[in-house]
Write a protein that binds this ligand. Structure first.
Ligand code: MN
Length: 280
């Protein structure tokens, strides 16, 4: 259904066959949480499906742990699902085998470059990011020392990678999950401070929403504007790195604009350029 939402008329046999094969291959395996292992590749596939990716990527996501963790071979995958699916699964498997232990920023940058270079097909990286997202969502089932390591690696390697790919929503989700795993008490404190309603913040958000909606209407861009979920990690970073007090942080409110047709934006660009005055 998630695949059809984004590709209404596309055929689904590849996806269903990949699910059947993965469910069969992982039979009897359990995750740390005690649930059947197939829940993991299924969730990863759901994440890439919701990103709007194609059936090949979804099939590869369903099978992404099958070669590493089951008796299924790459050759079998290739003959059943084609070269693309097999090559992507192979790419994800190879990334799985590298350990990133570095905390040094420069080293982390080298690691990210290595990751990008190894994943010749961008779909490998997208599955890897979805894999990490689901592992972070279910991190509570892991032993504490492993949680710390995985969360640190997520902050150093995967969140910046999502950022470089322009996937801000994914980046923020990864950061907040890592934050919660590494500093649960501070996470809870900030969550509490943010969720405590402040009249000034509500008023401010209402005003900004009105201005943005009016401007979009003027430009004939159809879509919706909403307040976006708070990104707790960036608030924490500002407090720690810049030494700010909670009350001094102004971007506690954020907006998300979802446009119906990106073409509307291109059309609007012309009229914006005509009246554009750069901010001094
Ligand atoms: Mn996995």
């Amino acid at each position: 259904a998630a695949f059809h939402d984004r590709h209404p008329k596309a055929p689904t046999p590849l996806v269903s066959r990949a699910y059947a094969e993965a469910a069969n291959a992982h039979t009897g395996q359990l995750r740390n949480s005690g649930e059947p292992y197939i829940e993991h590749p299924l969730s990863v596939a759901m994440i890439v499906a919701e990103l709007g990716l194609d059936d090949v990527t979804i099939a590869a996501a369903l099978l992404h742990d099958a070669v590493e963790d089951t008796k299924l071979s790459l050759d079998e995958l290739r003959s059943s699902f084609g070269n693309d699916v097999a090559t992507i699964v192979d790419g994800v498997t190879k990334l799985e085998r590298i350990r990133f232990d570095s905390k040094e920023a420069q080293q982390a940058a080298i690691m990210r470059k290595m990751l990008v270079a190894m994943a010749k097909d961008i779909r490998v990286l997208l599955i890897k990011l979805a894999d990490r997202l689901h592992n972070m969502q279910t991190i509570a089932a892991m032993p504490t020392f492993k949680q710390q390591r995985t969360a640190q690696e997520t902050l150093d390697i995967y969140a910046p990678l999502a950022h470089r790919l322009g996937m801000e929503h994914l980046k923020q989700e990864l950061e907040d999950l890592a934050f919660a795993a590494m500093y649960p008490k501070r996470y809870a404190e900030i969550e509490q401070m943010v969720s405590t309603r402040s009249p000034e913040r509500d008023l401010y958000l209402a005003q900004v929403l009105t201005v943005v909606r009016e401007r979009l209407a003027e430009l004939r861009i159809h879509g919706e504007v909403n307040g976006r979920p708070k990104h707790l990690w960036s608030i924490y970073e500002k407090m720690v790195v810049k030494g700010k007090e909670f009350d001094e942080i102004f971007d506690l409110v954020g907006l998300r604009v979802i446009v119906d047709r990106v073409e509307d934006c291109y059309a609007a660009l012309g009229s914006i350029h005509a009246t554009w005055k750069p901010v001094q």
